[in-house]
Unconditional design. Structure first.
Lengths: 378, 333
């Protein structure tokens, strides 16, 4: 058995460490690339959302490198992601790729169905771990969670350093090297060390501490915001333009808030839901409530602008998009919506981002001037 | 003067109007329906709504615009879930918020959440809340709801017996004159589509009438017995968590087993997230297990009627030829 898994930003780092710890044989699919998307577009339904297409591409490319088993998580709707693994199974079956699917799904339904679901889940975990070594499994699970949250910290640090660096490109270089070096590690302790070292290196970068960068919040659908290959590296690009970005939706957030706390019915951090309430009164699936709520929180926090990113036909984000103009109006914060699909052209996309940043800069300047004229008028 | 409540003629109107109408009227409310979907409503809806939304949601916005200046309340309940463990669609769950944040100067919206995903009892909470807008008398509310449910059940069983919701609700001559003409051999065609696409004759460019005029006996998802559907969908690897997804899938599975169908039409609106998956899963199943002709008709605000006609006619011609010629061959053997 050789397992593989879909890409989602830095998700491969904790998953790789976990599989190393469990001693499983695995293939990390090639980083998201054009031909993965082309493969996915060819085989997935035309109107399916982009992440499905990319993951199909991931699996096909991993299959060609020898993978025969897929790990996927599921959900219970209403967002389409919950049905992904069924769709993927059917599509791969139809085009003749014989791959097994280990679905780590939240059990639901009536009592019997829940029991059957737990059975299936346990079976999947057992398959992965190669036996019932509870100690090993628990340790791997804890380490995966820790690594995912450390790597998110590392990413956040890079968001802060990148716009302030004196020598453009330092941060990108270190992060690039990090991505390469991950493949040389074996097991969670080595990955943790690598993350720590990389963090130190980032802190050593020479920065301009007087520089006051524009601050932009990134909201939207989880896959397209987290996955740099899909969002055409928007976070790096904004950083290179001297903009500090903040992205509240993260992989560790998803694991901790959604899977662990949600699964065990523990109280969750619901500040975003509170903030979204006047605009979107209920959970409607996906990250719509996060998108609206976090936009309000950003506005209250004095951010300069908000960028919403989502894949074409994403149902929850369409609702959020139609609500964001109200947030824009009520809080006076500019919002740019970027929609990504397989036809997205890099040049057009970048032009819009650059224009948006220019607008934010001019806005800040004119605000500053307004301030002085008021003063001199007095 | 009685309070006027506006019900937009879109989305779940085609499924629950008898219930809503009876319930509200029993509480002494005047119901105002928006006009039948027309070019103006469609255009206004498209203009006001975000581009990425699907056609039925845009049309719904048009209906709200059509109503908003002549009513005291707008009835747009938040339909999160209408069946256990299942949702409808994020866009429909967020509909009142979409409308509120898109259209200005609206009357008060009755946006009570209807969510029976976890428990059917929640429906009472919703009923009481909606009722409290117009009456303080809980017994009256309960009575009104019971009566409304009776009417809705009558409607549902009429639909199951083969009458289309549009035939009943629009009680127009238009729909009924489209019944199959005598002397023509009937084709049995299953047409799968959300009620709001299938029964709004403007959105789907009179598809129902066109099919009937071509001698087609229409079979829809709503005509199926839900207990049969549930028996079929149990065998799915993973239960569908969309109400329509389960119904459509179960119907397709049932029909495939029965084998007395001549063709399947899947009517979907561009950008529908649920259809993008359900349609593909059904198509895969149909192609794997049978040779029944299958066609997907996608509609959006740019759909041209001529293109639609061509595709429908070609599909029906193809089925007719196939019936005629292929049965000739097998008879000779």
């Amino acid at each position: 058995m050789k397992v593989t898994f879909p890409h989602l930003g830095n998700l491969y780092v904790p998953i790789k460490a976990m599989l190393d710890d469990l001693g499983a044989d695995y293939v990390v699919p090639p980083f998201n690339n054009k031909s993965a998307l082309e493969l996915g577009t060819k085989y997935a339904p035309e109107l399916a959302c982009l992440p499905l297409k990319i993951t199909i591409g991931n699996f096909i490319q991993a299959y060609e490198k020898g993978a025969d088993t897929i790990i996927m998580t599921g959900g219970c709707g209403p967002c389409r992601f919950g049905y992904y693994y069924e769709m993927q199974r059917e599509i791969l079956h139809d085009i003749g790729y014989k791959m097994d699917m280990i679905a780590l799904d939240i059990p639901m339904g009536n009592f019997r169905e829940i029991l059957a679901g737990i059975g299936k889940l346990a079976e999947g975990v057992k398959k992965l771990a190669g036996g019932w070594n509870i100690n090993k499994i628990l340790k791997a699970a804890v380490n995966t969670t820790i690594i995912s949250s450390r790597i998110d910290d590392l990413e956040r640090l890079s968001f802060k350093i990148r716009p302030r660096e004196k020598n453009r490109g330092d941060t990108n270089e270190i992060m690039k090297e990090f991505r390469k070096k991950v493949f040389d590690t074996n097991g969670s302790s080595e990955v943790k060390k690598l993350i720590e070292d990389t963090g130190k290196k980032l802190l050593e970068i020479e920065i301009d501490s007087n520089y006051k960068p524009l601050r932009v919040g990134i909201v939207g659908e989880i896959y397209t915001t987290i996955d740099t290959g899909t969002s055409l590296n928007i976070q790096e690009r904004l950083g290179d333009m001297g903009v500090e970005v903040c992205r509240p939706v993260t992989i560790s957030g998803w694991i901790i808030e959604h899977m662990i706390k949600g699964g065990l019915h523990l109280p969750r951090d619901l500040r975003f839901a509170e903030a979204a309430k006047p605009y979107l009164g209920a959970m409607i699936g996906g990250h719509a409530q996060e998108t609206v709520g976090n936009s309000v929180l950003f506005a209250n926090d004095g951010y300069d602008g908000i960028i919403q990113i989502y894949p074409l036909t994403c149902m929850p984000e369409i609702v959020a998009e139609s609500i964001l103009p109200s947030v824009e109006r009520d809080y006076g914060i500019p919002v740019l919506t970027l929609i990504i699909d397989e036809m997205t052209g890099e040049a057009g996309y970048l032009t819009r981002v650059e224009a948006f940043v220019d607008l934010l800069e001019k806005r800040r300047e004119s605000k500053a001037i307004e301030g002085t004229t008021v003063l001199s008028g007095n | 003067m009685a309070i006027k409540v506006g019900i937009p003629r879109g989305l779940f109107y085609y499924r629950y109007y008898p219930l809503w109408k009876t319930f509200l009227e029993e509480l002494g409310v005047d119901i105002v329906l928006s006009d039948q979907t027309n070019k103006h409503i469609l255009d206004e809806g498209v203009k006001s709504c975000v581009d990425e939304a699907c056609l039925p949601v845009k049309v719904f916005h048009g209906h709200v615009l059509n109503l908003k200046d002549r009513v005291d309340y707008l009835f747009i309940p938040r339909l999160t879930s209408i069946s256990k463990n299942e949702y409808i669609c994020p866009k429909i769950g967020g509909l009142p918020d979409m409308v509120r944040n898109t259209i200005k100067d609206l009357p008060q919206i009755i946006d009570t959440e209807i969510n029976i995903r976890r428990s059917e009892k929640n429906i009472w909470k919703a009923v009481k809340e909606i009722g409290s807008y117009f009456s303080d008398n809980k017994i009256q509310i309960k009575k009104a709801y019971n009566k409304a449910q009776k009417i809705q059940n009558m409607f549902d069983s009429a639909v199951r017996a083969g009458r289309l919701p549009s035939d009943i609700l629009d009680y127009s001559v238009k729909a009924s004159c489209g019944s199959a003409q005598k002397g023509q051999s009937l084709l049995n065609i299953l047409i799968i589509g959300h009620p709001y696409n299938l029964y709004d004759s403007y959105i789907n460019m009179d598809l129902v009438k066109k099919l009937r005029n071509n001698g087609v006996n229409l079979i829809t998802v709503e005509m199926q017995d839900e207990s049969i559907i549930n028996k079929k969908t149990v065998s799915l690897n993973k239960p569908m968590f969309w109400n329509f997804g389960r119904l459509a899938m179960g119907t397709a599975m049932h029909i495939l087993e029965q084998g007395d169908i001549d063709g399947i039409i899947y009517l979907m609106s561009f950008g529908c997230g649920i259809d993008s998956f359900v349609c593909d899963l059904i198509e895969k199943r149909v192609r794997r297990l049978s040779t029944i002709p299958f066609i997907i008709l996608t509609i959006d605000e740019h759909s041209g009627e001529a293109g639609m006609n061509t595709r429908v006619e070609a599909f029906i011609d193809m089925i007719k030829w196939r019936k005629k010629d292929e049965s000739n061959i097998s008879a000779l053997r």
